[in-house]
Design a protein around this ligand. Sequence first.
Ligand code: FAD
Length: 664
Amino acid sequence: MSKKTYSIFGAGAAGLYTAWRLLDGKSKRDKNEKMLVKGDVLELYDWGKYDFSKKNPGTREAGARVCTWHYKDNKDNSYLELGGMRYSYWDGTPQGAGHRVVTKTIEKLDLKKDSVEFNESADPLMSLRTKNMYVSDVNSNQPAPYFTNNYGEDAPPDDGFTTIQSVAITATSGPVTRREWCKFYENGKIEIDMPDSSIFQRGDLLKDIGYWNLAYDRLGQEGFGYLADGNGYSSNVVNSHSAQSFNVNDEFTPGTEYKTLVKGYSSLFVALFDEVEKLAKQKGITLNYFPDTRLRSILHTKAGIRFTTAKRATPDKLADSKICDAAFLAMPRASIELVAQATRYTDDEGQDILNHEEVQLYLESVIMEPSYKIGMFFTTPWWRTTEAGSPTYPAKLTSYFLTQEGIAKLKKEKFPSNYLKVIESAKNPVIIATSFNDKASFIAAVENAIQERLTFKEEKQISAIAELDTIGPSITDMPIRQVVYFGDNAINQKGEKVYGILASYDDIQYTTFWKALELGPHGTREVPESRDCQTLEGPRLATPVMVKMLRSQLAALHFGPQTDYSAVPEPLETRYMDWSLPPFNAGYHAYKSHYNLGDVQRKIRKPSQLVPKADCDIFIVGETYSNDQAWVEGAFCTAESVLNDFFGIEPIIDEKYYPFISPE
Ligand SMILES: Cc1cc2nc3c(=O)[nH]c(=O)nc-3n(C[C@H](O)[C@H](O)[C@H](O)COP(=O)(O)OP(=O)(O)OC[C@H]3O[C@@H](n4cnc5c(N)ncnc54)[C@H](O)[C@@H]3O)c2cc1C
C-alpha cells in the first residue's frame, strides 16, 4: 500500500487531540488500513504559531481558544486565563458527572498531579442597577432592583433558569443522563398546562423554540432582564435551541466540581503537542508541523483531497497546493466559512463539499458568541479582606464544600465514624456536595445533623477539609460583566508577589464596549477588523482609557456606586483577548432553534454525508458542532467520535454511558 498523508488544519484542542489519538489509538480490528503506520505522514497546520517548546516557539501560549497569560510573559509568575480556563472533573464512575474525555486525557498524559480545584464562590458579589449585594442577601426584605412577575426579584437571578425549564423539567422528572439529554434535544416538549396568555403551549417542541423567546414568555421583560444581567453570561440567554439551553444552564448550578492545571490550562496543549512529537518519532511516522499557515480552499478530487494554503503574512495569497488522503478541519464556524468562501471561487477541478446547500444549512446551525477577557495584575489582592484592610464589598472567595473524597480523608484522620455516617445521610440540610457560604453556617449544619457540639479539634479538622478557595466570580450589569479572581498562583513562590484578576469577562454585545476603547481617544483605525488577528498574536496591551474605565467599574463593584476610579490601584500590567476577532469570531457557539442538533452533529463531522453520492474524507471536528459547546470537552469528543466511527479506532473510554456526540 502506498503511504498515506493525513492533514489536520488547526492546532487547537480538537486538532491536537486528533493528532494524538491518530498516533496513540488502538485499532478496533486486526486489519485496518485507516491506521497510520510507519512511513505515513501526519501534517499539522495552524494559522497561528503557539508556544509549544523551545524547538517550536510561538507568539503566545498554546491552546488556541485557551490562552494562559503569565505576568510579564514569565512562566514562573502568576497567570490568568484569557480563554478557556477549567474543566468539570469526572470521578471515573459510570454515573459520575463531568467532562470524561478531558479528565481521561489529563490522566493519560500524566497531568493528574497538576490538576487543582477551580471552583465558584457559594456567595458571589453582585452589582445590578447600581445596587451592590451578595447573592445570599437577596430575599423579600431586600429584593434585587427589578420589577419582575411573581416576585422573582426576591430570589437569586439564576432561579429564573429553573422557572423557564420547569415547563418540562422538575426536581423529580426530566433527563438526567447524557443519553437522556440527547433524546430530550429532539423530543423535549412543554409538559405543563400554560396560561392562555402564554405564547407557547403544552406539547410545543422545545427544539423549535428560541430560548430568549421562551424566557421572555415565562419571565416577562423585567424577569428576563434580571436573569440576563445577574447570571453574568449573555451567551446563556441568547435565542438558542431551548432544549439544549436547558442543559447548558443546568451545568452552572452549584455542586459541579471544576478543576484546572496548576501551570495554566495551556499546559494541557503543550503536553499534547509533546506527546504527538514523541509518538510520531517512536512509530516512524513523519510529523510535519506548519505554523503560520492557513488552509485556504479544499476540494474533493479523484486523486484525493486537494487543498491550497496561504501564509499568515499574506493570508489571501496562494502559497501551496497539495493533496492528502484525509483532511481534518479542526476549526470553528467562522474559520470554516473563510475556507468555503475561497473554495467557492476557485477554478480548480473537484467537488466542492463545503458549499453544498445542505452542508451550508448545517454549518449555519450555530450562533457565534463573541467574548472578551481583560486581565490585570496588581501588587495587592485589594478585592478581598486581608490584614491590610478590605473594600466595602469584598469578594467572598472562601466556601465550605464537603465531598465524598473529604469524608474518606476524615475517615483516615480518625474523625468519629458515627458522625461521618450521619453527615453523609443528612437531609435537612444536605451536607455532602452543598456549598456553604461561611464556616459558621457549615459547622451549624454539621452540628445540627450529629446533634452534638464538635470539639475544637474536630471543628478544625472538618472545616480544613471542606474549605474551598474559589475564583468568584462577581457579577454586574456594567460592561465588565464578570470579575474572576485568580490571585497569586505563581509556580515560583519565592519571587515578588503579584495578584491577578480577570477584570472583565464579558460576551456578545458587551465586547463592542471595549473594542471602541482599544485605540484610545486619538487613534484612527488602521487595520481592518477582518485582518486583525490579535488572538493569534497574543494578549494585547490595554490603552490608558481602557485601564481607567476598568478601574472605574471595578471601584463601583467593590467600593460602591459612584466611587472614584482611584479606589482601585494602578495595575502593573493589563492585557486583553478579543474573541470576536478572526479567525475565531466567537469565544464559543450554541445551536439555533429549528435544527435537529443530533443530526447536525452526526452529519457535519463528515460533511459529504450531506451531499448525494459523495464520499469524501474531509472531516469537521471541534467545539462548534459538538454536544459540549463552549468546552474543550466538545472539541475532544467530536474528534473521538470521528476517529472511532471513520478510522476504526477504539473509544478512549466506554461509550455506553457517555456517547461522544448525540447518538441516533
Ligand atoms: C473566553 C473563553 C472562555 C472559555 N472557557 C472555557 C472553560 O473554562 N473551559 C473549557 O473547557 N472551555 C472553555 N472555552 C471554550 C474552549 O476554549 C473551546 O471550546 C476550545 O478551545 C475549542 O477548541 P477547538 O479545537 O474546537 O477550536 P479552536 O480552539 O478555535 O482552534 C482552532 C484552531 O484552528 C486554527 N485555524 C483557524 N482557521 C484556520 C485555517 N484556515 N487553517 C489552519 N488553521 C486554522 C486557529 O488558529 C486555531 O488554532 C472558553 C472559550 C473562551 C473564548
